[in-house]
Design a protein around this ligand. Structure first.
Ligand code: ZN
Length: 238
């Protein structure tokens, strides 16, 4: 049973091409997945910042309302000073006005701080919006590129697979079944180049008898990995 090693070499090259194409085809969806995750995390960050913006604004409004009420009350009490019925009532009003004004002053400081914080958060919302927009643009670029690349790779895969199938027809009948079964299970490792000393796939050592068989172009499977051998170019009997 002899076989054309050039044919096996060609088959091996095509199997390798197919494996390479498959690997590149798997990379695309992975890149899209990462870009999608990036976009989602920027969207979540924007939501988070907007929530803080809303909370701070509401809290500021509540404090502002409290202060307005207190100031109105103080104005009310100031008006009552003139109509106080006694010194005692006058002094009582004075003390309460002083206390409320003190409290208002603390509140005014707090409101001022919250308004400053609002400015910072507003800027954070602008930045988070920009980040999200950028990530959307980036994702679209990646999706477009991957779609285009996948199309090209799929065409290439169909072409190489077609050529491979054509060349496989040239295999001797008595090796076809074994080859098919192993190719389906092992892919590119169905074939192995050997220098007649070791297997190019699994490095198992060949016997002198195996070397002699190969030099006569005989069909031989590796005892280590099961690959179909073809002799490396330039290897001769020595
Ligand atoms: Zn092997």
């Amino acid at each position: 049973m002899s076989v054309d090693f050039d044919l096996l070499r060609t088959l091996h090259r095509m199997h390798r091409q197919l494996a390479d194409i498959e690997q590149r085809l798997r990379k695309g969806p992975l890149q899209v997945k990462i870009a999608t995750q990036n976009e989602a995390s920027f969207a979540a960050a924007l939501d988070d910042t907007k929530n803080r913006q809303k909370e701070n604004r509401l809290a500021t409004d509540r404090k502002q309302m409290t202060m307005n009420e207190r100031e109105a009350k103080v104005e009310d009490m100031k008006a009552k000073l003139n109509t106080a019925a006694s010194n005692k009532e006058f002094q009582l009003l004075k003390d309460r006005i002083a206390a409320d004004e003190q409290a208002s002053s603390v509140l005014a400081d707090e409101i001022f701080e919250m308004l400053e914080r609002q400015d910072v958060i507003d800027q954070e919302v602008v930045a988070a919006t920009e980040n999200l927009e950028k990530s959307k643009v980036e994702k679209k670029k990646i999706v477009d590129r991957v779609t285009e690349e996948s199309k090209v790779l799929q065409e290439e895969r169909a072409r190489v697979a077609g050529e491979l199938a054509e060349n496989e027809k040239k295999l001797p009948m008595d090796v076809k079944t074994d080859y098919r079964r192993r190719a389906d299970a092992k892919g590119e490792d169905v074939l192995a180049e050997t220098d007649a000393v070791t297997c190019g796939n699994c490095q198992v050592h060949l016997t002198a008898q195996m070397k002699a068989s190969l030099l006569m172009n005989e069909i031989l499977f590796c005892q280590g990995c099961g690959a179909l051998y073809y002799l490396k170019e330039g290897v001769t009997a020595k």
